[in-house]
Write a protein that binds this ligand. Structure first.
Ligand code: GLU
Ligand code: ZN
Length: 274
């Protein structure tokens, strides 16, 4: 079966060496290589950065199948998915601010807040409050009771079968946000809806998203979507061993290009681990 992979950058800054590596890994592993623009965060996504993505990837010698999927055009589909989970009785509205959550977590009897793939594990303040507006959260205990233990196969770092049970999901991840108040969706919902819509057979991405995979498998099961394989790759770090962030323009591909580097130079740097 043809292997379908994708590169899914957010146009919130210039592409840097870490993005180049992610794109090259995806392109290399795919018989079909797709591109997806993850621009649901409309306050941070900029057309100029999207244009830069096409330019940088073309310069690197990559070619992708058309059409390019843009998440900002698919908000109704994400709302449908969240609506289905709500109809299943698995969600609730949350009106907490970040400050409220921090304050609730620092209550002495709560102990040290756990940090999951989405930040501190939500203490459940609004779970039974019956709010009718606000962010929409997944009730993790109910969701796991319906789904049963989740399993997936990793082909990259940490290869093999992985599993998470209800206890782990509730204590280590908790009631994640499915729809943010401001944008009406979340990365987790958009990514599973789109990976299924694009027929992705192997999700390649950075190791920083490994733990989020458990959330994605759960949503895939609840929504009845086809489950892909995952291939998490190492993160590219700078000379000081620090992970590259989009705000560090020092490693921007456009800057290397302006200084006369060739695509072959970039590939060589990435192979050498920089
Ligand atoms: N949009 C994410 C990023 O720019 C990648 C998400 C994914 O590959 O699942 O880091
Ligand atoms: Zn709340």
């Amino acid at each position: 079966m043809a292997r379908v992979t994708r590169f899914a950058p957010s146009p919130t800054g210039p592409l840097h060496l870490g993005h180049a590596y992610a794109a090259l890994v995806a392109a290399e592993r795919g018989d079909q290589f797709l591109l997806r623009i993850e621009d649901i965060d409309t306050a941070r996504a900029k057309p100029a950065f999207e244009a830069g993505i096409y330019e940088d990837l073309s310069w690197l010698g990559l070619r992708w199948q058309q059409p390019v999927l843009r998440q900002s055009e698919r908000l109704a589909l994400y709302a449908d998915a969240v609506g289905r989970l709500s109809e299943m009785g698995l969600t609730y509205h949350c009106t907490c601010s970040r400050g409220d959550i921090r304050a609730a977590l620092s209550a002495p009897q709560e102990g040290a807040p756990l940090i999951g793939p989405d930040g501190p594990v939500y203490p459940g303040t609004c779970r039974n409050a019956g709010h009718r507006e606000g962010a929409i959260r997944l009730d993790m205990a109910k969701a796991m009771a319906l789904s049963g233990p989740i399993r997936w196969t990793e082909t990259g770092l940490n290869p093999g079968a992985h599993q998470r049970d209800a206890h782990q999901m509730v204590t280590e991840i908790g009631d994640v946000v499915l729809a943010r108040r401001d944008i009406g969706t979340s990365y987790h919902v958009a990514v599973v809806v789109d990976d299924a819509a694009q027929g992705i057979s192997e999700v390649t991405r950075g190791a920083d998203l490994f733990e989020a995979t458990a959330i994605h498998v759960l949503l895939i099961r609840l929504l009845g979507l086809a489950q892909p394989l995952w291939h998490h790759h190492r993160l590219i770090r700078d000379a000081a061993g620090k992970r590259l962030a989009k705000r560090d323009d020092a490693q921007a591909l456009a800057k290397y290009r302006a200084e006369g580097a060739t695509p072959a130079d970039i590939r060589q740097m990435l192979q050498a681990g920089i």
